[in-house]
Design a protein around this ligand. Sequence first.
Ligand code: HXC
Ligand code: NAP
Length: 299
Amino acid sequence: MDTSKLMYRDGLMKGERILITGGGTGLGKEMAEGFLKLGAEVHICGRRGGVCEETATELMDKHGGKVVPHACDIRVAEAITDMNDEIWAKHGPLTGLMNNAAGNFISRTEDLSIRGFDAISNIVFRGSFYMTHDIGKRWIDQKLKGNVCSILTTWVWNGGPFVVPSAMSKAAVNTMTQSLAVEWGRYGLRFNAIAPGPFPTKGAWARLSPDSGESSMERGVANPMGRVGEMHELVNLAVLLMAPGCEYINGQTIAIDGGMYNASGGNFSALTAWSDEQWAAARSAIESTNAEDKAKRTV
Ligand code: HXC
Ligand code: NAP
């Protein structure tokens, strides 16, 4: 990211200690860079411990400050508790949580096995709740203020054909955001979410656009603004929600998609036209990406 495009003054996030799940890659890494540049202490976690370590080193070499990598699988509630115990003991309480980790792939729903459904929903639906619940309880017990932001998609409003487990799970996290904003507002905790349109990342593109562009991921053309998102745009919005100054925003899900959801629904409905051969090719490409990433997991 071009950090000169951050809209905020240096030091804005000094004193913040923020955990970004899935912060080793993609949008999570971009947000980690933005928060770090603005003075926050950043913690990142993922199953590929080495990837998180490389990201932490790269960002600290570039900007100084403190980025702490953690190998943690958010599908495992006990692993979350262990990581958070360690953060609290060694570094101090978190002030914010960015629920960013996710899993997804395009598939006809009739081709999904139960394991395929669980692979996605256990990360997005369960993992996001486990993390929010563990950290929220700590904040309540210790009478600390806290701030949670979740990265969703615009499918939470109109459904996601060909990504049904993701759409169902993200919609559930949207409901969690609205519910806890009300239930836990009295404790000084707030909950918001961001619904990005297409922001090219390796992880998402390999699983949602394995044909490199023919599917609807490279939808600059279907976008009212004629382009995909730029990372600094997403990061500036994330800072607005995670930094002090706008704390009265609570219970909101904000789209950043160039207007695509309003123009075309912003989902994968165009894949209805795909042939069996296209689906077979997509699956095979996705499965090789999955295997490549899995080989790097340390937890
Ligand atoms: C059908 C598939 C499949 C495919 C995998 N499966 N790929 N089924 N079509 N293309 C099935 C497998 O056959 C298996 O079922 C089951 O899913 C579990 O596969 P595993 O590889 O064992 O899963 P696991 O190791 O748990 O990995 C989870 C994962 C993987 C979700 C499958 O892709 C992952 O770790 N992803 C993390 C990163 C990621 O997805 N990033 C993209 C985020 S983008 P069987 O029954 O055969 O055993 C995003 C939204 C972007 O979220 C929005 C853009 C607008
Ligand atoms: P990405 O690079 O693949 O990011 C996903 C991250 O989640 C990875 O770092 C992955 O790390 C981590 N993760 C997955 N399962 C995990 C688990 N069980 N425990 C811990 N970490 C886990 O893709 P991305 O595009 O940046 O996606 C980031 C977020 O943006 C996701 O919530 C996605 O749904 C959302 N989003 C993206 C776009 C887009 O256009 N890119 C649009 C809308 C929404 P490990 O594999 O190492 O665990």
